[in-house]
Design a protein around this ligand. Sequence first.
Ligand SMILES: [Zn+2]
Length: 270
Amino acid sequence: MADYEVFLLAMRIYISVLIFIFGICIGSFLNVLVYRIPLGIDFKKGSSFCPSCKHELKWYDLFPLFSWLFLRGKCRYCKAKISPIYPIGESITGIMFVLSYVIGTGCELKLALLGYFMICSALFVIFCIDFKHMFIPDSMWITILLGGIVIYIDSLISNGWDKKELIGRIVGSLIVSVLFYLIAYIKPDAMGGGDIKLMFAAGFALGAIKVMFALLVGGLSGTIYLLVTNSLKKENMKKQVPFGPHLAVGIFTALMFGDLIINWYIKLFL
Ligand SMILES: [Zn+2]
């Protein structure tokens, strides 16, 4: 490797580390949203405290991931166990942000990266809230739509005006959401309104082909989940299962690896 390439690689690793730290901080904020949105609590109010001993937590107890690792998963004051779900959520957000930089924008620090961060954050919140409470907050699908618009503006800046791209995004918005709308119209219990809005927003971010790929991955993820849970617990069979978390997995997969997988698939036939 030439000196220049070594320097470039070192720079990219350094930026990835910074983005990971930024990601776990945002992840810590997303954990708060996941807890507070379903309860209708304003996310700006109040300080954090240990749920076990009610001791108010200081900033050094709240540093994402590292505080939990340093305290070995226990409260500093009462030694009660702190669920690993919080540092796991923070780490997942950090990893999603690093992938946004490495794969999403191809290690470029450009406007689109902000769009990727917005979409990944909203997908994380939707995954958690829909899984537990069976609804998708409006603020989150709107965040995905705005993230898609940011990515589109970035594309306009770097590639210029292209009618085909805009049409692709509009078709993407409608192709799955209209299908979901029709399913909901025929069978009202089968599909939630949140799923329709989610796929409308994601469709603009992904475009027509990748949003269908997202649906495919989401359907696959949901099917595997149903098969596994049904084989573990018989009484779970009739319980309604939210589709949103699986759609979120599908949208994330399509956003990051969609181009890669679709190109590989097309090459099989050439
Ligand atoms: Zn405590």
